[in-house]
Design a protein around this ligand. Structure first.
Ligand SMILES: O=P(O)(O)OC[C@H]1O[C@H](O[C@H]2O[C@H](CO)[C@@H](O)[C@H](O)[C@H]2O)[C@H](O)[C@@H](O)[C@@H]1O
Length: 262
């Protein structure tokens, strides 16, 4: 991997959950280790680095606590660049109008309130507010209740046609129906936020979940760079490289830093 990268400008994109921290039962306890923080701080000193997460931007920033990193929360709908300028993504729709993720906030708030009430009947189900997205967690739900929870969430979601659901690791995500995902966010960071540091930049994206596949696809289509999946088991993916778990991600980041600084 590193041979063709000699003399090129690597830019680094990292997912958070399952990539920089191991998956745990309680989403609020997915804390990053000090070792990982130190590895991340090092690579971010030598490569432009962004964290692209399904979580709200504030939450990821609060977990990572590092300054020289770009944070893209809510699957890239809310981006904070390294110079602290908050960018709320504006997407041009076909008819000359502009769709802003912010316009979805009232609807997101409404569905959250309804869901909080409805899911009370399912033990272990929990809602997480990710600003422009809502996560419904079922990691702590009995297996036999998962199907009912999914049906319940979908029956509520149907009343909000401008929202849609996607899946992930024991999670249902409710998102604004706009053409935006981690892949589009990656393109936006590259084209508009300085990640195309020079003509010979090479993007590297490390992620473990279904939503990261959109970013892997974009890198493949660009015909340059490294899509890397984090998985301990073989699975169908658009990534071309793999790391087993967050520990291997950490070693890899340390190697990258040493390689660049040696
Ligand atoms: O894009 P990511 O940074 O990977 O965020 C995706 C979701 O990650 C979190 O949920 C996942 O990790 C939890 C903690 O390990 C785990 O309990 C849950 O089952 C996983 O799905 C986060 O809590 C979600 O809000 C993110 O959307």
């Amino acid at each position: 991997m590193m041979k063709p990268a000699q003399g090129k400008h690597l830019v680094l994109f990292l997912d958070y959950d399952g990539t920089l921290t191991p998956i745990v039962d309680d989403p609020a306890r997915a804390l990053m280790s000090e070792e990982m923080r130190s590895a991340l701080q090092k690579v971010a000193r030598v490569f432009p680095t962004a964290i692209v997460s399904g979580r709200s931007r504030n939450k990821v920033e609060g977990f990572v606590k590092l300054k020289n990193i770009t944070y893209a929360g809510s699957h890239g709908m809310d981006i904070l660049t390294v110079d602290d300028g908050v960018v709320i993504v504006v997407i041009e729709s076909g008819n000359g109008d502009f769709l802003q993720a912010e316009k979805f906030l009232p609807t997101i708030k409404k569905i959250k309130k309804v869901l909080e009430e409805k899911i009370k009947i399912i033990k272990g189900a929990a809602i997480e507010d990710n600003k422009f997205c809502i996560s419904v967690h079922f990691r702590r739900v009995n297996v036999e209740d998962v199907h009912s929870l999914k049906e319940l969430v979908e029956s509520v979601r149907e009343n909000y046609p401008n929202l849609y659901t996607t899946g992930g690791k024991k999670i249902i995500e409710i998102r604004p129906r706009i053409d935006w995902d981690k892949g589009r966010a990656l393109q936006y960071l590259i084209q508009n936020l300085g990640f195309n540091v020079s003509d010979d930049f090479l993007p590297m994206y490390v992620g473990d979940d279904r939503t990261d596949e959109d970013a892997f696809k974009v890198i493949r289509e660009m015909g340059r760079g490294y899509p890397i999946i984090v998985s301990s088991i073989p699975k169908e993916t658009k990534a071309t490289y793999s790391l087993r778990d967050p520990n291997e991600v950490m070693s890899f980041l340390i190697h990258l830093f040493k390689w660049r600084t040696s």
